[in-house]
Design a protein around this ligand. Structure first.
Ligand SMILES: Nc1ncnc2c1ncn2[C@@H]1O[C@H](COP(=O)(O)OP(=O)(O)OP(=O)(O)O)[C@@H](O)[C@H]1O
Length: 241
């Protein structure tokens, strides 16, 4: 799946940098993701994965480079404006309000978007039966799906996910992985996924970008990454054999 010049990438970051004091947390990173692709982002602790997501979503205070959404330069937009332009982000720590019902939270999220696809989102994420329950009263796995649902309201073109499988059981993680793969296929949502669970990343990503010390160490299909000797020695070891 390659984007051509007539079909811009869904999301593109060019020469991205982020410096803390004198330390380069991101150092000239380039990433181009075609529409409908699931792109895994992996790398050791401190490689720059969350920093990359912050820069792409507009949460980084100071940064360098270019960020394009569907060909449009969105570098000057705030996180909220990027969300309205079609770039949604879901966080490692769940975003939901414990004292609101699922329905109330979804309706709140739908107020700031143009397309209200709440019913479709609730259905797809198997939350319809729980809609009148308080978030405080649902399981952790259901809360993670609610978090994802909140990001999907408004049919974003691109979804940035920070460890969607964190804290889930193996079975829940695999169900989450299947759900993400279905969403990318059926709704043509482009997904960027930072995830430490290698079974999830290698199971659903079309391509994987490996970060190391703030730079792109490698990029390729799961098979290419799994057998790349540089990646294996810097990061994977025997974890995905
Ligand atoms: N606010 C900050 N101030 C100073 N340094 C920071 C700050 N945030 C991140 N860093 C540093 O930038 C580097 C990249 O951090 P980042 O959180 O992006 O890595 P990561 O790949 O997401 O790691 P992890 O897998 O542990 O979440 C790390 O060395 C980190 O210590």
């Amino acid at each position: 799946m390659n984007a051509t010049s007539s079909q811009p990438f869904a999301l593109q970051g060019l020469d991205l940098s982020r410096v803390y004091g004198g330390f380069r947390a991101l150092d000239g990173v380039a990433i181009s993701v075609p529409k409908g692709e699931v792109r895994g982002i992996i790398g050791p602790n401190g490689a720059g994965k969350s920093t990359l997501m912050d820069v792409l979503s507009g949460r980084a205070a100071s940064w360098g480079g270019t960020v394009r959404l569907g060909g449009r330069d969105i570098g000057a937009l705030s996180p909220r404006e990027r969300r309205q332009a079609g770039l949604a982000r879901s966080f490692q720590k769940t975003n939901v309000f414990a004292e609101l019902t699922i329905d109330e939270q979804i309706r709140l999220a739908a107020r700031s978007v143009e397309i209200d696809n709440s019913a479709e989102v609730l259905d797809k994420l198997e939350l319809t039966a729980l809609r009148s329950r308080l978030a405080a009263d649902i399981s952790y796995g259901d809360r993670r799906r609610l978090d994802l649902a909140l990001a999907l309201v408004g049919r974003p073109q691109v979804l940035l996910l920070d460890e969607p499988a964190a804290g889930l059981t193996v079975e829940e993680s695999l169900a989450m992985a299947r759900l993400l793969r279905d969403l990318a296929l059926e709704w043509q949502v482009t997904v960027l996924l930072v995830e430490h669970d290698m079974e999830v990343v290698f199971g659903i990503s079309n391509r994987i970008t490996v970060l190391h010390l703030g730079k792109v160490l490698a990029e390729g299909t799961p098979d290419e990454i799994r057998s790349n000797p540089v990646v294996v020695s810097a990061y994977l070891g025997s974890s995905v054999e």
